[in-house]
Write a protein that binds this ligand. Structure first.
Ligand code: NAD
Length: 279
């Protein structure tokens, strides 16, 4: 799916966390940036690790797309202001913001450290507030814009990741509140809520091991399609929501999860096998 079709032709986009955790597979932020570029956008690749964003730039330019790198920490207000200024400097305007940064740390409310809680909330929610705070005035001045927040099904379903769940529930609330406030300025705000997808992050935690393979097959068995999702699925969904094809969609939280959010666990257990399919 690397052909250019122009669904966001002429638009300028920022993707935060557009690099990738090292490892096999495709990260969601990198996928969003590559798909937006394939569809005609000029993309500012923002990442705290500039070398990771450079790798994404090389992929995009290798395919004939246009991208620039911004190295900065999106938990810092000044860096977010500089990021938006860099997009306008490089490409003349700003049409699309994909807020992709997020991190999860396992634990319940008792065993989660306060420092870990702060880190998860800062990275997974505050970055979206700060980036949007700086992007919205540019979009409002031209009367058009699209913001896509990368949430998670963890924002609506429990899983012993209390800080991450609170942050992603916050992403859902941020999305609808921003959609309310900025709709009349021509700005649409939507979220993609991925399920348990296969990304380099998974392999960075588990390694390329039988356990990682087992987790992937378990994730596939737990959804309605019985197949594994990956970063590209998020990139395609985010690009649709950012494009004019979604011109009448705002305040939506789109699950990209193989149907996990569509069933109750009881019906899943009763109707489908929960164990992974044979290798
Ligand atoms: N992998 C999954 O199963 C899954 C499921 C649901 C949701 N998600 C969501 O997908 C998003 C991220 O996925 P990914 O695959 O791109 O992750 P990733 O960790 O591979 O890439 C994230 C990038 O963000 C950068 N980053 C981290 N902190 C930063 C900061 N302070 N400022 C700027 N950049 C920073 C990192 O350097 C990295 O390159 C998150 O919002 C995550 O919650 C993932």
């Amino acid at each position: 799916m690397s052909e250019r079709r122009g669904r966001v032709e002429g638009k300028v986009a920022i993707v935060t966390g557009a690099g990738s955790t090292p490892g096999p597979g495709m990260a969601t932020g990198r996928a969003c940036a590559i798909v937006l570029a394939r569809e005609g956008a000029q993309v500012l690749l923002a990442d705290v690790d500039g070398a990771r964003a450079e790798e994404t730039r090389e992929i995009i330019e290798g395919e004939g797309g246009q991208a620039a790198v911004f190295a900065g920490d999106m938990t810092k207000a000044a860096d977010c202001a500089a990021m938006v200024a860099a997009a306008v400097d490089a490409f003349g305007t700003l049409d699309i913001l994909v807020n992709n940064i997020g991190v999860s740390i396992a634990g319940n409310v008792v065993d989660t450290d306060e420092a870990d809680w702060d880190r998860v909330l800062d990275l997974s929610l505050k970055t979206m507030f700060l980036a949007s705070k700086n992007a919205v005035p540019v979009m409002a001045a031209k009367g058009a814009g699209a913001i896509v927040n990368i949430g998670s099904i963890a924002g609506s379903r429990g899983g012993n990741y209390v800080g991450y769940a609170a942050a992603k529930g916050g992403v859902n609330a941020l999305t609808v509140d921003m959609a309310f406030s900025h709709g009349r300025q021509g700005i649409r705000v939507n979220a993609v809520a991925p399920g348990h997808i296969t990304t380099p992050l998974l392999f960075s935690v588990l390694g390329v091991t039988p356990e990682a393979d087992y987790r992937q097959r378990l994730a596939a068995a737990a959804n309605l399609l019985g197949t594994a999702g990956d970063g590209w699925d998020v990139g395609w969904a985010a690009t649709f929501l950012a494009s004019d094809e979604a011109r009448w969609i705002t305040g939506a939280i789109l699950p990209v999860d193989g149907g996990v959010m569509a069933v109750t666990p009881l019906m899943m257990a009763a109707g489908l096998r929960a164990e992974p399919p044979p290798a």
